[in-house]
Design a protein around this ligand. Structure first.
Ligand code: PLP
Length: 363
């Protein structure tokens, strides 16, 4: 069976490391997408135990899962659309909501009126990513509208998101920061008091002190996957995806392996069957490209990865029952991802629902 071991001690180590780097800025732990595949509730509980004041999620439903679990701390949810059923509950339970336009503002103000609770709102300005976030041309009008909303809405922060922070010294980081400062100044000139500003994600937190402001929103670094190619910053991988050898057998020279027969043995070869396929989060593209570790040695995945299983060309000392490390400390999620032509973020977040998470380390 494939299991994802999650080391809560590694997450605590990474949190402490990020806190040292950003010194006076607060750290929002980003726990969207099931804490990047590591398990929303267990990870959030461990982070709150380490005095993490802010959790960040994409969806209102993720924030409400935390509230249902009993979390009463500060949460920011930033990806929602007018008409989503969860907005009233978010407002009523004190979840901060990212707001990027007038339509969203009207929705939270209406939820505030219905629930009798002031809506906590963090205004997002688009400084160059062109996803959500208020465009700079609309920004003064949105600020004016917020000020008009009066007692229905409390602005708890202004924020934006960077496009290229993972590329050291990329000029757009500086350009986005200048636009962010301008947007904040415009808002203040119009009379808005800004209690908190934030811009940085993991790579910016680790590389660009000028982006730290009051708080950094850190996801991938907490999970010990480096956000910058070629640098590890001393982060410790939190997740190890392990399976075991189900069986080994010798195949003849000329025999082909797995669907599509994309790999053919050039000589008599020992192959190991490993449980774990694309339903478990091992990308199909890992076939003939990525390597896994068995008994401390790297061996290649041969043939296409199937839904539930893949094959590895091994040497004579590999036996049924041996542990197979798909990624973790070595190969890292980033190394495994590179072989599959993707990024470490995708590798850890795509682990399938039938893979149990086993927690180790201090909580
Ligand atoms: C708006 C926002 N802030 C912060 C993060 C955290 O990014 P990272 O995992 O690089 O720290 C994300 C993740 O994609 C995000 O969407």
């Amino acid at each position: 069976m494939t299991t994802a071991t999650v080391d809560l001690g590694a997450i605590a180590h990474n949190l402490a490391l990020v806190r040292r780097v950003v010194s006076s800025a607060d750290v929002m732990a980003v726990v969207k997408a099931d804490a990047y595949g590591h398990g929303l509730l267990r990870v959030s509980e461990a982070l709150r135990a380490r005095d993490v004041r802010w959790l960040g999620v994409a969806l209102p439903s993720e924030a409400l899962a935390l509230r249902d679990f009993g979390d009463t701390g500060r949460i920011l949810a930033w990806l929602w659309a007018p008409g989503d059923g969860d907005i009233e509950r978010c407002v009523a339970s004190g979840v901060d909501l990212g707001v990027s336009n007038s339509r969203m503002l009207q929705e939270v103000a209406a939820a505030a009126a219905t629930t009798g609770t002031k809506a906590r709102v963090q205004l997002k300005v688009d400084t160059g990513l062109s996803r959500n976030g208020c465009s700079l041309s609309q920004w003064p009008a949105l600020i004016a509208e917020v000020l008009d909303a009066g007692s229905l809405v409390e602005v708890t922060g202004v924020w934006s998101h960077l496009a290229n922070a993972d590329i050291p010294n990329h000029p757009s980081v500086h350009e986005q920061r200048l636009l962010f400062d301008q947007a904040c100044a415009t808002a203040e000139d119009l009379g808005l008091v800004i209690p908190m500003r934030h811009l940085a994600n993991s790579p910016a937190a680790l590389l660009s002190p000028e982006t730290h402001y009051d708080l950094v929103r850190v996801g991938i670094a907490l999970y010990g996957v480096s956000p910058v190619a070629g640098r590890d910053f001393g982060l410790r991988p939190a997740m190890t995806l392990v399976s075991s050898v189900a069986s080994v057998k010798m195949i003849d020279a000329g025999a082909s392996v797995s669907y599509g027969t994309t790999w053919t043995a050039t000589e008599e070869t020992l192959v190991a069957l490993v449980r774990g396929g694309y339903a478990d989060g091992v990308p199909r593209s890992a076939g003939n490209r990525a390597e896994v570790v068995i008994n401390g040695r790297l061996y290649p995945i041969v043939g296409h990865v199937a839904m539930d299983q893949f094959m590895v060309a091994v040497s004579g000392d590999v036996m049924a029952g041996d542990e197979v490390v798909i990624f973790g400390t070595s190969p890292t999620a980033n190394e495994f991802a590179q072989a599959c032509d993707t990024i470490g973020y995708e590798i850890v977040t795509r682990i399938g629902p039938r893979v149990p998470r086993a927690y180790v380390g201090a909580s």
